[in-house]
Design a protein. Structure first.
Lengths: 315, 142
């Protein structure tokens, strides 16, 4: 009988996963360069500081994805009989918690600089023999931190959807939204140059609120996943149609009188149970065939138990 | 990216940009540049009642180039920084290190000799730009 140990992604998804990994490596290297560049030019601007922190945090989902795909590639063993799928949910939770914590800190930090009426001082430097206001340099750094990010985000999004991978999805969405952060920070710096010292802190506050909002969303998704909620789609968070399709499939077999199904998300795959009331006595040949059919129906089903019962359990 | 940079530059370079939230530089032009001096030889010295020293010379040269009248006031670090925070002085000279403990309360200029800086009121970016332009372009680097 086919079991969890024989589970592997279909070929085309393997390719998707491989290219997602490649994009994530590029992301990590790119983000490190952004973090360095932003750090060098950030000066005393609050908005720059917030944008910089966001970029540092942006590393979390990418690194989490790379680590968890690596761990997840291991086959189930005697210690981990259900495999390593949950590593995704765990790293998603860690990333989300980091985001949430940072959001709270950033809101505190930027409100404090507003309350204390801190006036950002932005100086000048000689670059290539020309004296230049660092505000301009910051804006260029912010553009560097946003445009490639957006492109990478757009590339990852469809892969995250086909793989049903939340870590990748979070990462893609956060990167897509990066231009908002950069834009807010640019407005803040231009405002400071216009003599409105508060523009910088207000921009920083906006950035922080968006980070906090993401943090709250992702933490709640991560926690509910770990709580074995029924699988939901990535974007709309509606029930995954696959679950009902499996039920219909089971009900369509002529030896089945009634059936009920229950699944949960384990990282990018689903695991669960199917209870069936057979019309006559249980035929193990038919049961074997049933397993094959279910595993063949979708790559997402990584482990399933079919339990023949007299009366359906109340799931 | 270069295009955008150029565009921004053209848009803003014409008018006074960046600006001072508290108009320190404009006021200095109208009235005079108020300098706080803390005696700390050889940067700021007092001989026979008159204030001098290498940093005062830099400021005098700067004021001359910008056509500013000067008002030099001697005081202690804490008093002058407090005045700076209230925009009652525009520049403080006193041989401050770029890692000065006053960093939180005062704006620092770029170092004129890789180590020593002047203080300006935080966020007065126009004044800072004028002074830094002078420091970066005119002051002889040792």
């Amino acid at each position: 009988m086919r079991s969890i140990k024989d589970y592997h992604l279909p070929k085309e998804l393997e390719d998707d996963l491989r290219s997602a990994k490649k994009i994530e490596w590029i992301t990590v290297i790119y983000l490190i360069s952004v973090v360095v560049v932003m750090y060098l030019v950030m000066g005393s601007s609050q908005a720059m500081k917030s944008a910089w922190l966001e970029d540092v945090l942006g590393l979390v989902p990418s690194v989490a994805f790379l680590i968890s795909t690596h761990i997840n590639s291991k086959a189930p063993n005697d210690r981990f009989r259900y495999g390593y799928h949950r590593v995704f949910s765990i790293s998603f939770l860690i990333g989300a918690a980091a985001l949430l914590g940072m959001g709270i800190f950033m809101i505190y930090d930027s409100s404090m600089s507003l309350i204390k009426t801190e006036h950002p001082t932005i100086g000048n430097r000689i670059i290539f023999g020309e004296r230049i206001w660092m505000g301009w340099v910051m804006i260029v750094a912010l553009i560097y931190s946003s445009v490639p990010s957006m492109i990478l985000g757009f590339k990852k999004l469809p892969k995250a959807k086909t793989l049903h991978n939340k870590v990748l999805y979070t990462d893609a969405k956060a990167q897509k939204a990066d231009y908002m952060t950069a834009f807010a920070a640019i407005v803040g710096i231009i405002g400071v140059g216009g003599g409105w010292w508060w523009a910088d802190s207000v921009a920083a506050l906006f950035i922080s609120i968006s980070v906090l909002k993401d943090g709250i969303n992702y933490v709640s998704t991560a926690v509910t996943d770990l709580m074995d909620r029924s699988p939901v789609t990535l974007k709309e968070e509606k029930e995954v149609p696959l679950i009902n399709e499996i039920k219909d499939l089971v009900l369509s077999w002529d030896w089945v009188k009634d059936a009920n199904v229950r699944f949960r998300e384990d990282g990018q795959v689903f695991m669960g149970e199917i209870a069936v009331v057979p019309k006559t006595t249980v035929d193990t040949e038919k049961l074997e065939e049933a397993y094959e059919k279910i595993y063949d129906y979708s790559w997402k089903i990584s482990d399933v138990v079919i339990g023949p019962v007299k009366k359906l359990p109340k799931w | 990216m270069k295009k955008l940079y150029f565009l921004l530059f053209v848009t803003f370079a014409g008018c006074n940009y960046p600006k001072d939230p508290h108009h320190s530089f404009e006021k200095a032009k109208e009235n005079r540049l108020r300098v706080g001096a803390i005696v700390n030889p050889p940067f700021v010295t007092r001989e026979d009642g008159s204030i001098g020293g290498s940093e005062i010379k830099i400021i005098k040269d700067f004021a001359k180039g910008e056509n500013l009248k000067l008002k030099i006031e001697e005081g202690s670090e804490s008093d002058l920084v407090e005045k700076l925070e209230k925009y009652e002085v525009d520049i403080i000279a006193g041989g401050f290190d770029k890692k000065s403990i006053w960093k939180k309360k005062a704006g620092l200029t770029t170092p004129y000799d890789k180590k020593h800086v002047f203080f300006i009121p935080k966020g007065e970016n126009r004044l800072l730009q004028q002074l830094e332009s002078f420091i970066l372009e005119k002051v002889d680097k040792p």
